[in-house]
Design a binder for this molecule. Structure first.
Ligand SMILES: [Zn+2]
Length: 222
């Protein structure tokens, strides 16, 4: 999925490339973060997946699924009009059969597990840790209201929890050349070609979505 880089440039050229790349990375990251259409697009994708889970019924018995959604207050976006008047929910369902009542929380492209920030903010800001200078990262964090410690936790999560997850264990073989685990999630952004393309960001979030739920098996197909 990744475009191979050719040759080894001289040091000066390499430094110039790095500076240019940094500026470019910061730009695409901020482009996505400022894109007002992304939250609504992701909401629609989540709603479609949730409907599929609901229609499939209980995975443990023949019961029907009833809505038992969670209210969420995701952070990390500049205040937007649609957000002010709208409650944000994460879809979830419960089986209607006594003795089962199992919860089914569909995979999500919006919420990365229990993290309180929008999933794409967790991906993009954590990616930028590897992509831009500390002062620029500081400005980016300030703009989104994300504490430095929070970004450090995200980094820990990507570099330790994520790489040891059953999901990554099953998914890693799909990437050739292999993903650079030390620069996660920037290496994912590069592998998926996320730069400036909303649909590629969506593809990355869809790829990651099985890890956002513990109640739907990893192999469940979107
Ligand atoms: Zn059931």
């Amino acid at each position: 999925m990744r475009i191979p880089r050719e040759g080894l440039p001289s040091r000066g050229f390499s430094l110039l490339c790095k500076l240019l790349n940094n500026a470019k990375r910061e730009n695409w990251c901020q482009c996505h973060l400022a894109d007002q259409q992304i939250p609504q697009l992701l909401e629609k994708v989540d709603a479609d997946v949730a409907e599929k889970v609901r229609q499939g019924g209980c995975l443990h018995c023949s019961g029907k699924l009833h809505s038992a959604k969670y209210r969420r207050k995701p952070r990390g976006q500049p205040k937007q009009d649609w957000e002010r008047d709208q409650e944000v929910y994460r879809a979830s369902f419960c089986c209607d059969q006594d003795g089962c009542r199992k919860r089914h929380t569909p995979p999500s492209v919006r919420f990365l597990g229990r993290k309180v920030y929008w999933g794409f903010v967790v991906v993009l800001v954590a990616a930028m840790q590897h992509g831009i200078t500390p002062p620029r990262l500081h400005a980016l964090r300030e703009g989104l209201g994300v504490a430095r410690r929070t970004v450090e936790h995200w980094r820990e999560w990507w570099l330790h929890t994520f790489v040891q997850s059953p999901f990554w264990n099953a998914a890693r073989a799909r990437f050739s050349p292999p993903i650079d685990l030390k620069t996660l999630p920037l290496s994912f952004c590069e592998a998926f070609g996320v730069e400036e393309r909303r649909d590629r960001l969506l593809a990355l979030l869809q790829f990651l979505s099985p890890i956002t739920t513990g109640s739907i098996p990893l192999g469940w197909s979107m």
